[in-house]
Design a protein. Sequence first.
Length: 187
Amino acid sequence: MRKSMFASVTALIIVLMMVLSTTVVFADSDPNVTIVNPIDGNSAYSTSLLVSVKITTPSTIKVSVYQKQKPSTSDANSTPVAITVADLDKYKADKAAGKETVKFSNKLIMTEEKKTDNNLTFYTKKLEKVTPGVYAVKVDTLDADKKVIYSDTVTVVLKDKETETKSAEQPGATQFLQNLLQNIFGS
């Protein structure tokens, strides 16, 4: 009797821990602010970056775009350089294997606040002449005192058109969407 009660209480505690820990993870992003573009983990062959955020309640948001960088050499005083897709893949593989990984830094490309009083608003910004590399788009929801109450981040890889596979070899739907966006916004 005592063993079965102990097992039941233990099982209940484990289930509660799993449920509560999952809830905390979802509480970090604002359900009323959605990063529409770029899509997390996506890659594109482009020299521009389109950032689009959907806001469904009156809010103040802060949008920041960072380029991921690494030290150029072992010298601590060296100028950081943009990381490549190969760097990102190696970082992920090393981290999965439990190896020490290179620490990436973030170079701020732009930051901007937008306040809206509408129930449906879109924030859109096109960054021109961006270099190939890995970018992070961070959207913070701010309270009246400009303190962050929610935060969401997506990562996107911009590849060089000349050195990567030609866009004509991309799948049909991707090629169609890229051509449509290029027609609307230019190169």
